[in-house]
Design a protein. Structure first.
Length: 395
């Protein structure tokens, strides 16, 4: 269906309504079509018209809540849906729709645990071999993912996938949970299943783009990431993934723009701050790199790689004592952490120019996974190639 088809249908329905303005079925169809096409002003006009005619039952109450959701009036939508929930307990289908929408409001307002509570009666106790509405599956997995219950999300999705009862969009959401859990094979399997069966959710594009990045297929990674942005241009994970694509291609300025966009809506994702820090390091912007790693540390001071990244910044700035302390903290938290060794080499004078930095990346960072696939050696050395060959890192 073309993008203009719903609007053309809406035009026809409104012509019919001019001839028969009290037709309840036409009014409902016009409202639903307007909402689907994003013509929110026209949807609200039909809603008010219907209410003026006395159509104020649960069906129209749910339509009003859907308009509030489309307008991002989350508090109004929550209040309206809570009222509907109390009124429709005897109507299972309507009650299920209300519970779904309440859970969606909680997801969008950062209350994932409350969303899980709203959905739990509809999901828990349902066997993995039994059908479950695709929208419920996807929302349940998004809530689990948001709560960082990655093992629970992957286990739940895996049982349904094995039973051929995992919806494509739900598989796409699960693929991102698998990526964050470090299970790249399962991530790719679920993302490919989603995209091959009509699942067009943002998570599937981001997850598959990340596995493409891990395979150093930056062209495919970029294509998939841009498809994700078409689905949701404000998604922080997508902008962060694009930032790593840009870094792998050596486009430091573009990478930094993407990371900046990512943290606006996703300020609590440590991997994005790491990417921002490394991009700033490669651009020899030590103050920006310091701010990025400080932001990562503010989120979790027990993550060795954040201390390691800060150690690199301090070493490059010539702050030897502070750098040494950061190196020690990083290694104490994670003896296998590689960034502290990077910092130590900088202190020893082995990483004073971009060529040395690039060589050191391969030697020290090795196959260390980058936050969105690939490895930091590839990301850092590709980024280094984009800077002037004679640029010096130092005091």
């Amino acid at each position: 269906m073309s993008a203009t088809a719903p609007l053309q249908r809406l035009d026809r329905l409104e012509n019919y309504l001019r001839e028969d303005p009290q037709n309840a079925a036409l009014l409902a169809d016009a409202f639903d079509t307007a909402l689907q096409s994003g013509a929110l002003d026209r949807a609200e006009f039909h809603l008010r018209h219907a209410m003026a005619l006395g159509h104020d039952g649960p069906d129209w109450g749910l339509r009003e809540a859907h308009l509030m959701l489309a307008q991002h009036r989350w508090d109004d939508a929550r209040a309206s849906l809570a009222k509907l929930r109390d009124e429709c307990e005897s109507e299972p289908l309507l009650a299920a729709a209300v519970a779904h929408d309440l859970a969606y409001v909680e997801l969008r307002t950062g209350n994932a645990e409350a969303g899980l509570t709203a959905l739990r009666p509809l999901v828990e106790g349902v066997s993995s071999t039994e059908p479950l509405a695709p929208s419920l599956q996807a929302l349940w997995l998004r809530l689990l993912h948001r709560e960082q219950r990655l093992a629970d999300a992957c286990r739940w999705a895996g049982e349904r996938f094995a039973a051929n009862q995992l919806a494509p969009d739900a598989a796409g959401v699960a693929s991102l949970a698998a990526l964050d859990a470090g299970d790249f094979l399962t991530c790719q399997r679920w993302a490919d299943f989603a995209l091959g069966n009509g699942g067009l959710c943002t998570e599937a594009f981001v997850a598959r783009g990340s596995t493409a990045l891990a395979q150093r297929d930056s062209a495919r990674a970029r294509t998939l990431t841009l498809r994700a942005l078409e689905q949701n241009g404000e998604d922080g994970r997508t902008w962060s993934a694009l930032g790593f694509c840009e870094m792998l291609d050596g486009q430091l300025a573009a990478a930094r723009v993407a990371f900046d966009r990512a943290v606006v809506t996703m300020p609590d994702h440590i991997g994005t701050w790491h990417g921002m820090g490394w991009a700033a390091l490669m651009a020899n912007d030590l103050p920006a790199a310091r701010r990025a790693f400080e932001s990562a540390l503010a989120l979790d001071r027990n993550f060795g790689e954040s201390h390691g990244g800060m150690a690199v910044v301090l070493a490059m700035a010539g702050e030897r004592e502070a750098a040494q302390k950061a190196i020690e903290r990083a290694l104490r938290l994670d003896p296998g952490s590689l960034s502290p060794r990077y910092a130590r080499a900088a202190l020893d004078g082995d990483a004073r120019d971009l060529g040395a930095l690039q060589r050191l990346a391969h030697k020290v960072l090795g196959a260390r996974p980058a936050p969105f696939g690939g490895n930091m050696a590839d990301v850092v050395s590709s980024a280094a190639q984009s800077s002037a060959k004679d640029q010096e890192f130092g005091h």
